[in-house]
Design a protein around this ligand. Structure first.
Ligand SMILES: [Zn+2]
Length: 158
């Protein structure tokens, strides 16, 4: 559970396959209550949580300001795995993606060039978005300092 100061870290956590939640419409107090109820680790940059807040059962305070460095901090302090579940989760919906068995079913939903250039596709069971491992995946991996997952297209033509 991420507070409002570390939402970009939350997006990166979803990219590396972790269940990460935040809600800009919910007060910090309620985020902590929800984290405690759902067994989530509360992640914040706030070094001193005000005393009117509930005490998080599990919390981690980010000392880094850059989200990429924050991800590194979680690797060190929580031992999170940023390698084996890359791009298996919908960044919008926070649910696991499903592999598309038959890419021909995507005709009309995905540009023909993309269908031609890629063999593996995934869909989100919640929002229905179709994903493939193209330049976006490669660029994001570069930004996060990670090796792109198998099946990512090597060229820049997506
Ligand atoms: Zn989705």
């Amino acid at each position: 559970m991420l507070d409002h100061m570390v939402i970009r870290l939350g997006k990166y956590l979803r990219i590396v396959g972790y269940d990460a939640e935040w809600d800009i419409l919910v007060r910090t107090h309620d985020l902590i209550v929800r984290a405690n109820n759902e067994g989530r680790i509360f992640i914040t940059r706030n070094r001193r949580l005000p005393c009117q807040y509930p005490v998080p059962k599990q919390a981690i305070v980010m000392t880094e300001t850059d989200p990429v460095q924050q991800l590194r901090q979680l690797e060190v302090e929580l031992g999170i795995d940023t390698r084996s579940r890359l791009f298996v989760r919908c960044i919008r919906c926070n649910v696991d993606l499903l592999p598309v068995e038959d890419a021909s079913t995507l005709t009309g939903r995905v540009h023909p060039n993309v269908l031609r250039q890629h063999t593996s596709f995934y869909t989100c069971p919640s929002c229905g978005t179709v994903f493939w491992r193209g330049s976006h995946v490669r660029n994001t991996c570069r930004k996060l300092g990670l090796r792109p997952p198998a099946g990512t297209s090597p060229d820049e033509s997506t």
